[in-house]
Write a protein that binds this ligand. Sequence first.
Ligand code: C2O
Ligand code: CU
Length: 495
Amino acid sequence: MDRRRFLQTALTSVAATSVFNRSVAAEGAYSVADSANAAEPTGRLQGGRAGPLREFRLVAQQGEAEVAPGKVYRNWMYNGQFPGPEIRVKEGERLRIIVENQLPEDTTVHWHGVPVPNAMDGVPGLTQKPIVPGESFVYEFEATPAGSYIYHSHVGLQIDRGLIGPLVIEEATPHVAYDRDYVLVLDDYLSGDPQPLGGSAGRGGMMGRMMGGDREGDRDGWCGGRRDGGGMMGMGGQMPPYQGLLIGGRLPDDPRVFETKRGERVRLRFMNPSGATTFRVAIGGHRMIVSHCDGRPVEPFTVDSLILGTAERYDVIVEAANPGVWPIVIAAIEGNAPPGRAVLRYTDAAATALSEGIPEGMRGGRQLDYQDLQSLETLPDGQPDRVFDLMLSGGMMGSAWSINGQAYPNADPLMINEGEHIRFRMRNHSMMLHPMHLHGHFFRVGNVLKDTVLVAAHMGRAEFDFVADNPGRWFFHCHNIYHMEAGMAREVRYA
Ligand code: C2O
Ligand code: CU
């Protein structure tokens, strides 16, 4: 991998001088050979205080991807790849990413989880002007701390068009040993254009659509309770009409295959940049040793299954001690998209047939809970200087998704001061899960650092603490993009 990248760096360094020349990025200039599905650095120079500069280029453009044999997904992608190319760098390097917009709409890119300087955060209207069609924007920040991250569009529902990808910052000295390192991007598959759900009257609202029928319509069972049935009058569980679940951009008919050999330790980086799906994950014949949570190192903890809300990441180590061909299964907790699958294959196994059936961990055994995890880093401690009580609600007929009854952008900023210890206490008055994400900071949940926390449905609670150490205007929102778009968001502003 590194050798390959090094060679390509050498080959493409000439092109780096002309990275601002749009013609270089004409569609044909990016072959979609996805041998490792890795982004090709466009150059490598000596940077400032932060170690070598690694330069990448992401072209947001229309593209096609084969998600199953004969099933082509046509939508918007980075460099024509879905998921977007893997950006992998070493801790302490400096990242420069040139994003070029060849879409018919505005876009931006957000580096989910990386505590970047505010101006590099990619939130339109808050931290930057959107990148208009035909224009480019250069993001530059230090690749620190190490971890498994996601990059994605932060405009509208573009995540559900395919504008997502993995960002890995490798640690110099991992606290766990492993022989192989794989990224598994979990996603929900929506073949058509994403449409807003429910939300404010200004967006049509569920009620308007059900009555009028001339807008987004419910031709696919988009509206109404049949997707989930979990809410009041069946209306609380709205999910887009996802047709399936993907691992690495593939439906289960044509799964990604991850190879190992008996005796190896395999690091799997599970990432969930999906639009709205919370996944349960389990592997046939194997337990998982959780080593990182949202990229942060934790004391290794063994489980049979994981739950990943949108934007959450878990790195696990799998000890390859059970030769065979095993399914890695993902199932949706909300909605009724059929499960997704990848394959863990021992190249030295006698059997070559996939062990069918649902992994044990899907039904029983130990399911990871935040409270099980112990961070290996320093956590904010003591009493907060400022506490916010935040009620999450919405999903009823025609109502917006809101925080304390206000739907962004018609919502007050949450004001904080630099240096303060802040606590957010959330209570979920709705029938759906809310993966709540704060930009620009890691926060403490239980005894672990995270950037996204899942708040259970039906009066679930969660709280987190953070230190206000990264001044700016930061977005705080539900990472279900349909909820975010319908108002479940606030600005967190340093006074
Ligand atoms: Cu993944 Cu506002 O972010
Ligand atoms: Cu939500």
